[in-house]
Design a protein around this ligand. Structure first.
Ligand SMILES: *[C@@H]1O[C@H](CO)[C@@H](O)[C@H](O)[C@H]1NC(C)=O
Ligand SMILES: *[C@@H]1O[C@H](CO)[C@@H](O)[C@H](O)[C@H]1NC(C)=O
Ligand SMILES: *[C@@H]1O[C@H](CO)[C@@H](O)[C@H](O)[C@H]1NC(C)=O
Length: 434
């Protein structure tokens, strides 16, 4: 099965609130081989995604692949774990994120007692298992949980290790460790990163936390069975919400930042687009951009700043481990860019200083390197109104409802003599339902 299908399945499982219960055996009775049932409330030993975006949940010598389906023996997939039977269960696991080193990037690391097993393509890497401290000096054995934290979400590519109430934040490049105690966070028995969100699992509950500060915002703990697995009657969230149909998608804004992260905004929600192998999900905009409470009009990135335009105001966020509103903002759009709001869309092509702002049938070029900033050029575009647009190395894409049009450059969009054939927003990229 393809990664796309699996991740779609995963996200369907999350989105469905009234999924069919499992009728494979009578209620309340364990099957003969006594497979653990995650809907009965399990404290997982470890949770990790693999390089294809499948999520594995571990308990004892069993695992679950994905957000639905029965348990199977861990050694049916990760065979070598069985050769070390005396080691018992998996203590912790994570998917390495370190693009500077493709020999380790996307490998799954399992921690059993004092050993590490590194897997890729479900095959144990040569030379493993090794002692934990050989690869992660300063990190203790007999861990409770581990989770990767890429640069951009943490300050540097890191791994967070959990043991009791202590957290070891390990910098992958420098191999330095910082010990932290987040007293308000329960002791995690497993930890999981999903679409930039960090979850500490404890008992059958979980608590979402910030990977740098450890802060918990929102109402936690929550029961994992309502979110991370499909448990039928009585479980689920979202009040019967169904995934949006692709034909009903109407974006407000879309952007791609200097780190390749791409975000689509619709109503009060955002969705990360470039991580679709792990599934897709809408989250409230205010979760990443605290000060933004309502629908946005246009978003673009310039260097490591993100400009969010709402009515006649512009918010500028610095992107580091999280988005922080720059002091003095929001400011009137007129003052910042020399143009009156509202606008329909805005985009900046890679390595450019000119932002293209679209308002009705006009595209304005504004030089961000000039002071004061002002409209340098005004050109008509061949659309009465567009919803959103972005520009990357492949050129410009402008979105109108569930369709988009691709152009090689803003100039070709403006010349627009021949309209390219529209493409449709697809389930693969936008996580909608066809
Ligand atoms: C993954 O492993 C299978 C066999 O286990 C092999 O046939 C396949 O070529 C491997 N794929 C990669 C990308 O290494
Ligand atoms: C959390 O771990 C610490 C050891 O680091 C232990 O003393 C404490 O009892 C644990 N708390 C719970 C609720 O298990
Ligand atoms: C799970 O969280 C609920 C509160 O949401 C709490 O009442 C319950 O005791 C917790 N259970 C476990 C096993 O942690």
């Amino acid at each position: 099965m393809t990664a796309v299908l699996l991740s779609l399945y995963a996200c369907l499982a999350l989105a469905l609130s009234n999924a069919a219960p499992d009728h494979s055996h009578p209620k309340g009775e364990d099957p003969p081989d006594a497979k653990p049932d995650r809907c009965k409330g399990i404290e997982f030993d470890a949770i990790t995604p693999d390089e294809k975006g499948n999520t594995f949940f571990f308990k004892g010598d069993h695992l679950w692949k994905g957000f639905s389906g029965p348990a199977e023996l861990s050694n049916s997939i990760f065979k070598e774990l069985d050769d070390y039977h005396h080691l018992g269960h998996v203590d912790a696991a994570f998917r390495m994120h370190h693009q500077d080193d493709l020999n380790v990037h996307d490998h799954i690391y399992f921690f059993l007692d004092d050993k590490i097993f590194s897997y890729y393509n479900y095959t144990l890497e040569q030379g493993y298992p090794v002692e934990i401290q050989q690869e992660f000096p300063g990190v203790p054995s007999h861990l409770d949980a581990a989770v990767e934290c890429p640069k951009g979400e943490c300050i540097t590519d890191s791994v967070l290790f959990f043991k009791g109430n202590e957290i070891y934040s390990f910098d992958i490049k420098t191999k330095s460790v910082k010990k932290k105690v987040w007293a308000h966070l329960p002791n995690c028995t497993s930890a999981f990163r999903w679409l930039e969100h960090y979850y500490c699992f404890h008992g059958y509950n979980f608590t979402r936390f910030h990977p740098v500060s450890g802060d918990v915002t929102g109402t936690y703990p929550k029961d994992a069975r309502n979110y991370f697995m499909r448990c039928g009657e009585g479980f689920g969230h979202g009040g019967g919400a169904r995934k949006q149909r692709c034909s009903e998608v109407k974006l407000n804004a879309i952007t791609i930042d200097d780190k390749g992260r791409s975000y689509a905004f619709q109503d009060a929600m955002y969705m990360r687009l470039d991580t679709h192998r792990d599934g897709s999900h809408h989250f409230p905009i205010s979760r990443l951009w605290k000060e933004i409470s309502v629908v946005v009009d246009a978003v673009f990135n310039y260097g490591d700043n993100m400009y969010i335009i709402q009515g006649d105001q512009v918010y500028i966020y610095k992107s580091a481990a999280h988005y922080t509103l720059i002091e003095g903002y929001p400011k009137p759009l007129k003052e910042e860019l020399g143009i009156d709001g509202p606008v329909d869309a805005a985009f900046l092509c890679p390595n450019q200083h000119i932002v293209n702002v679209i308002q009705g049938q006009k595209m304005y070029d504004i030089d961000l390197a000039a002071t004061p900033r002002a409209v340098k050029m005004e050109r008509p575009i061949p659309f009465p109104e567009i919803d959103a647009g972005f520009c990357d190395a492949d050129g410009v894409k402008v979105f109108i409802g569930p369709e988009y049009y691709s152009y090689q450059s803003p100039m070709i969009l403006a010349m627009g003599k021949i309209k390219p054939a529209p493409q449709t927003i697809s389930r693969e990229k936008f996580g909608c339902e066809e």
